[in-house]
Design a protein around this ligand. Structure first.
Ligand SMILES: C[S@@+](CC[C@H](N)C(=O)[O-])C[C@H]1O[C@@H](n2cnc3c(N)ncnc32)[C@H](O)[C@@H]1O
Length: 242
């Protein structure tokens, strides 16, 4: 794949690889939640994995990860990073469109979609969302992030009226989520999910290109009927050292 057909080629081809190495907050919570020493091999699916910050963190935490992305350069970076971290065999990369990926039913203990459902048209995003739900195990965890209409790159208000700087990759986002949209998807009875954390916010992004603002939605959910012991302390109330 050339830089012309891959909007993320340049961002992943730099020494300072786009998005850095810190996993998305929901992914870190999934790792914290999974730290209770599950005896079985846990499986994770990272959709739109990019250069792999989430995949690598999950693999380090013991997951067998399938990383799916259209960007060959991103997948190459994942392989390089995983190999140098000594976890190369824990991540399988798939160069595929998430819309064509074959989701095995009831297969993944964790599914991650950090800003990919907003990179495909709205009707396709709903189809992929339903496939995600079908592919999550009865105890599965889900972390999703999408750009919202608050984003300065959005063609809808309030984002389209913002004068804040836009991301260098704004052009790749085609489907900005409206207020409460992801919350409605996640709380629809048919989703069979329990929402652990949901947030709609503005945030500054310093992880790639010139600093810019984003409107973001983030969801952390678990299959209904599960009550995990621990998934992180709110930042405002740091946990006391034991
Ligand atoms: C904003 S980046 C996020 C990357 C990564 N999830 C992260 O947070 O570091 C969006 C990623 O989605 C990928 N992507 C966009 N549309 C896609 C599609 N239809 N199928 C698979 N990957 C896609 C892009 O190649 C890009 O790597």
């Amino acid at each position: 794949m050339t830089d012309e057909s891959d909007p993320f080629f340049e961002a992943y081809n730099r020494d300072d690889i786009a998005y850095g190495e810190t996993p998305a907050p929901g992914v870190q919570s999934i790792i914290d939640l999974s730290a209770s020493g599950e005896p079985k091999q846990l499986r994770a699916l990272d959709l739109g994995a990019g250069a792999g910050r989430d995949s690598i963190a999950l693999a380090r935490a013991g997951y067998a990860v399938t990383a799916v992305d259209l960007s060959e350069m991103g997948l190459e970076r994942i392989k390089q990073r995983a190999t140098s971290a000594g976890i190369g065999e824990c991540i399988t990369t798939r160069a595929a469109d998430v819309r064509d990926f074959e989701f095995e039913p009831d297969n993944y203990d964790a599914i991650i979609a950090t800003t990919v459902l907003d990179h495909i048209p709205a009707a396709d995003a709903l189809i992929v969302w339903k496939k995600i739900l079908n592919s999550l195990t009865p105890t599965g965890l889900l972390a999703v992030e999408v750009h919202s209409t608050e984003d300065p790159g959005s063609d809808l208000p309030p984002g389209c009226n913002s004068t804040a700087p836009k991301s260098e990759t704004t052009g790749a986002v085609v489907n900005y989520f409206s207020p409460n949209q992801l919350a409605q998807w996640a709380t629809d009875r048919s989703a069979d999910l329990r929402v652990l954390r949901y947030e709609e916010r503005l945030e500054w992004d310093y992880t790639h290109g010139p600093e810019h603002m984003h409107g973001k939605v983030s969801l952390l959910a678990i299959r209904n009927g599960n009550f995990p012991e621990w998934y992180g302390q709110p930042r405002l109330f740091p946990r006391h050292a034991s």
